[in-house]
Write a protein that binds this ligand. Structure first.
Ligand SMILES: C[S@@+](CC[C@H](N)C(=O)[O-])C[C@H]1O[C@@H](n2cnc3c(N)ncnc32)[C@H](O)[C@@H]1O
Length: 266
């Protein structure tokens, strides 16, 4: 069980798609489509219901073979239901921790979205080593970067953010999580492996039109921030009720970073 429901992924997808850096994503799609005789093989890790497939297809990615990898069969089934008739989709129910068993043979691109802040340095190292051996492109979108700004402000915002960011490093099943350090770690690791790396900001910009997402996000942040024990229940309650009372009038900017990297000679 992954803890990521179809309804939660659907709720966040419009914000994710609006946030993805379009320049990096378009650069990637141009690269994938550069040779009309080649069908790029894309391995999307932690694919969920296929958000990366939808994002890149909307930008013109065609003739792709999509290998969607996730440990949640319900999410993979939903991806197949949505795209199995229109795209070439292969579903792989697998645990990302077993990097040697991942279906990376012949891949053109390793992609992931909203995933690698859950991952450990060991997992990134192992993935980059495998991808480098095959001279594949690496695209990691929507890695949480630790920055959050709320409007209007509340006196407990900084303390809640600190506790939340601390919780982001907790092991969520993929080793000690990189949390807000994920994008920088991926960038440095790929550069060390000889890749040319591009990084761009991809913040969620949430306003009253996304009040349902804001309410879910606030509940999730409160729960995570409560794990560390640095804030009292009363403080967490105060912060949450203030934030919920402003979902129809306030705003939030949640920082993410996208990383796109090309191997030598690409
Ligand atoms: C935040 S969701 C992102 C889903 C999708 N990439 C998107 O952008 O909507 C993280 C995904 O990683 C998957 N996942 C988490 N841990 C995993 C593991 N150990 N092995 C395989 N998949 C995993 C979850 O099932 C979930 O689909």
């Amino acid at each position: 069980m992954s803890g990521f429901s179809v309804s939660w992924l659907d709720l966040r997808e419009p914000a994710d798609h609006a946030a993805r850096d379009q320049e990096l994503a378009s650069k990637l799609v141009r690269h994938l489509q550069a040779d009309a005789d080649i069908s790029p093989i894309i391995v999307d890790l932690g694919s969920g219901t296929g958000s990366t497939l939808r994002a890149l297809t909307a930008l013109g990615a065609q003739r792709c073979v999509w290998r969607l990898v996730d440990h949640d069969p319900g999410l993979l089934n939903e991806a197949l239901r949505r795209h199995g008739h229109s795209e070439i989709v292969e579903d792989y129910e697998a645990d990302l921790n077993d990097v040697d068993a991942l279906p990376l043979g012949g891949l053109t691109l390793l992609s992931a979205s909203a995933l690698f802040d859950l991952a450990s340095t060991q997992l990134i190292d192992a993935l980059v080593a495998r991808v480098r051996r095959q001279s594949a492109v690496f695209y990691a979108a929507l890695n949480y970067d630790g920055n959050t700004q709320w409007t209007p402000p509340h006196p407990l915002d900084d303390a809640v953010l600190k506790a939340f960011n601390q919780d982001q490093r907790r092991d969520k099943g993929l080793g000690a999580a990189l949390g807000p350090e994920a994008a920088e770690y991926i960038k440095t690791t790929l550069e060390t492996a000889g890749y040319t790396v591009y990084q761009a900001a991809s913040p969620w910009q949430l306003g009253p039109d996304q009040h349902s997402l804001l309410a879910e996000l606030i509940a999730g942040i409160r729960a995570a921030a409560g794990n560390g024990g640095t804030l009292s229940i009363t403080e967490l309650d105060q912060w949450q009720s203030f934030r919920v009372s402003h979902v129809n009038s306030g705003n939030a900017v949640i920082g993410h970073l996208d990383v796109l990297a090309f191997p030598p000679g690409a």
